[in-house]
Ligand binder design. Sequence first.
Ligand code: NAP
Ligand code: G4F
Length: 349
Amino acid sequence: MSLEVPLTTALITGITGQDGSYLAEHLLEQGYEVWGLVRGQANPHVSRLRKHIGDVRLVHGDLLDQGSLISAVEKVRPDEVYNLGAISFVPMSWQQAEITAEVTGMGVLRMLEAIRVVSGIGGSRTPGGGQIRFYQASSSEMFGQVRETPQNERTPFHPRSPYGVAKTYGHFITQNYRESYGMFAVSGILFNHESPRRGAEFVTRKISLGVARIRLGLARELRLGNLEARRDWGYAGDYVTAMRLMLAQDTPEDYVIGTGRTQSVRELVELAFSTAGLDWRDHVVGDPGLTRPAEVDLLCGDPKKARDQLGWEPGVSFEELVAMMVESDLALLSRSDRPEDEPLSFDHW
Ligand code: NAP
Ligand code: G4F
């Protein structure tokens, strides 16, 4: 008789993104079997993922295609689904509002439907709600024009971008499937989290790459938008552990994940440049073209519930995060064999 404990199987959408790679690593360390949903017939991000993680199995599918999600869930038969796939860059959501609504908003509904159909959950509330547990990547962007500071699980939403509106739909449809069908479906309301794997269009990585480029004599200036916006910035590697913990609870509930600290983009810039021995005032140029139609001025999360119920705490401080990213990009841009498959600058964002 075999005494082997069956593996927990996870399916991750958005596996080729920043969080997908850290979550896959974390779940593999925890002994999971990990599958990633990838879209497109020759997705260039897959080879980048493979550089970090070899042991992930891949299944094809797209959050725009209901049938592909049903097929993926049928094939993988996951115990847990982590829905990280999204158009996640806020400025893009004004330029492509409809596709953002389809992927970032309706994609959540399609993934929930795939789980419901494959689990055989009927049209009314099913006690137990099937076996597949669902995590939705909700966002502090939903708080938008904040009603209180810090923001917690009860703070009302006032999203300020098409992205924030789409995430708010995803959040409420997740809650609705939990209440309608008894599904174990939860949302993590995550504040900004960053890393050396962050996309180069987001402000932290744009700054760490800009600093490295200036330090190495590859550029002279860095163009930025609103320096007064404040964010609660944490480390992505810390935040993915909270996702797993949320699905390991006895009851499905939503949690805010943040550090409880807030810094302005200006403070981030000062720190990043000084880490490399530079004065930001010699290099940063304000560019009105980079300001947003509607800004989120201040975000600061209250992670008390996550601390009390999940035992979760951030491990990496803002200062350590900035140093990590600047040092990583200095090393990356100093390499003669630096990867050519990764865009490391954007002249239009
Ligand atoms: P990211 O790096 O931008 O990754 C987004 C992922 O979504 C990519 O793997 C992308 O895959 C995938 N994707 C895009 N369109 C898709 C589609 N039609 N079907 C399936 N997958 C698709 O984002 P991240 O920073 O890792 O964030 C992960 C999730 O958390 C996102 O939902 C984001 O909105 C949310 N979130 C992030 C933060 C943060 O600070 N990072 C905070 C709160 C919430 P391709 O390779 O195919 O493009
Ligand atoms: O780094 P950002 O582009 O991130 P943003 O808009 O806060 O969104 C990120 O965090 C959300 C969670 O709160 C996620 F849901 C979302 O998917 C994404 O991961 O911009 C941060 C701040 C903004 O206030 C922006 O106006 O930085 C300001 N900023 C100033 N200059 C800039 C720039 N942002 C970018 N991307 N580029 C600039 O040149």
